[in-house]
Design a protein around this ligand. Structure first.
Ligand code: GLP
Length: 237
């Protein structure tokens, strides 16, 4: 695991350069994307670089980590809506090349892994981290061998994400998420963690034991991971 500690603005710029390098080397790259507030700076930077011609997504394919169960893509809090608004509509990717797990037909979840395989596997997977160490929506205790599946969201995750909804009651109780095994199959992983609230989790997943209790700790076993931390997130290392 390569650890980079930088200011938030610099993280967005450096992380974006990984996409410039990848897409110029392999224009048909398969990209794994994440939601949450953490990647917004990177998405803004990718759109800017795309506008300026530094990279093109025209031949890329994308797979998002997760989606709320019960929300379709027109719901403003769905992750499909988030991705369209914050990235896909701002870059030159054909929208049919973009994939988000189906939050309505959740019984087809495992087919998502087949679609990723059929596309050639993910070249670069972007990750954020939940306050409890989750990646995607793989909550503590999720088996490391899991593929895309329906998950029950913990109360703490629903509380943390309630800020995007009118009230906690509107936050779905389930989601569809790539599994830990799905994430670990990505050729390269780029993780970004920002803010003091993540500091203990960051310490646990980087320095602690590899355990399903801290889902992100599995990344210690992946051969190609870059972790970008701002000074607050890195403050307990
Ligand atoms: C959600 C997403 C995760 C994301 C996490 C952290 O739970 N499923 O993929 O990493 O939120 O979000 P934020 O970046 O807003 O802290």
């Amino acid at each position: 695991m390569r650890i980079h500690i930088e200011k938030q603005e610099q993280i967005a710029r450096d992380a974006a350069q990984k996409y410039v390098e990848l897409l110029n080397r392999k224009p048909e790259a398969v990209l794994g994307y994440a939601t949450g507030s953490t990647p917004l700076g990177l998405y803004f930077e990718l759109a800017r670089l795309n506008r300026e011609g530094a990279l093109s997504f025209a031949r890329a394919t994308t797979f998002n980590l997760d989606e709320y169960a019960g929300l379709d893509g027109t719901h403003p809090q769905s992750y499909r809506y988030f991705m369209n608004k914050n990235l896909f509509y701002n870059i030159d990717i054909p929208i049919e090349n973009t994939h988000v797990p189906n939050g309505i037909n959740t019984d087809i979840a495992a087919k998502y892994d087949e679609a990723i395989e059929a596309a050639g596997g993910i070249d670069l997977q972007l990750l954020g981290i939940g306050n409890n160490g989750h990646i995607g929506f793989n909550e503590p205790g999720t088996p490391f061998g899991s593929v895309t599946h329906v998950v029950d969201l913990t109360d703490s995750t629903r509380q943390a994400n309630a800020r995007f909804f009118e009230s906690i009651d509107e936050v779905p109780t389930q989601a569809v998420s790539m599994g830990i095994k799905t994430v670990m199959k990505a050729k390269s992983i780029l993780m970004i963690c920002i803010g003091k609230a993540k500091a203990q989790t960051v310490r646990d997943f980087i320095l602690g034991e590899v355990t399903p209790d801290v889902p992100a700790s599995i990344l210690q076993l992946h051969p190609d991971v870059d972790v970008y931390l701002d000074p607050d997130a890195a403050s307990l290392l």
